[in-house]
Design a protein around this ligand. Sequence first.
Ligand SMILES: C[S@@+](CC[C@H](N)C(=O)[O-])C[C@H]1O[C@@H](n2cnc3c(N)ncnc32)[C@H](O)[C@@H]1O
Length: 257
Amino acid sequence: MNVAAGNAQAAPPQYDAIAGPYQRSRQSPIRRYVEGYTFFGLVGEVTGLAVLDLACGAGTYSRAFAGRGARRVVGVDISPAMIALAQAEPPVAGCAIEYRVGDAADLPPLGPFDIAAAAYLLHYASDVAGLRRLCAGIARELVPGARLVAINENPAQPEERYAGYLQYGFAKSVASPRREGSTITYAMVSGRELFRFEVRHFERSTYEAALAAAGFVDVCWHRLRLDPAGVTAHGAAYWEEYLGNPPVVGLTARRAP
Ligand SMILES: C[S@@+](CC[C@H](N)C(=O)[O-])C[C@H]1O[C@@H](n2cnc3c(N)ncnc32)[C@H](O)[C@@H]1O
């Protein structure tokens, strides 16, 4: 078994060390039948829109936006190794995706964009001030009225319920008592590889305040949704534990008009 562990510092070394195993873990049923289904259900129609895919990783969602008819797609990630994986993927006909290494909290003007996608970004902020900088950085790239669509840590999940995910190939843990800014560790198994990464816990009200301070309105939290094809593929019982105790949630907001 190969073991790759990220460190507890900034995001670049963390994902530079686990880029390959992380991307291979995207084959998991959860990614396919819950995360992607929920995410695209929230994003909706992208035809003709300019989409900023923040924390794009290896560009899985960037390519999907391009394939779904987006007019322009820019993928940004703080990890050069993740961007290198994205750039190695075959092009998508009809939309040249632009990939950039950068911190979503500190981007040059790239837009304007109609949608900012943030699948697993906000909980990488190192503290509350960092979360506010991230939200402000996102808002700067959006036209008034544009939407932010995120998949994020579930801040409403009690720490004593960070269990029961081994059957899905991962474990989630936090030192008790969990506090604002506490480090949450994920350990994931993908094939014969074990890898870890760390995110932060912020209270729901902290996310909402950071978004409001950045000029976002209509902040909504969304339950995960299961693609019916996932029931066909794995049976209904397989999903009960995960959906009954969701570790992540959907999050949407709109830049004030
Ligand atoms: C869990 S991965 C998600 C990748 C992709 N969105 C997906 O769903 O496959 C999280 C990504 O966030 C990136 N990241 C973390 N902090 C960031 C920041 N401040 N700005 C840009 N990217 C960041 C990491 O490098 C990593 O690639």
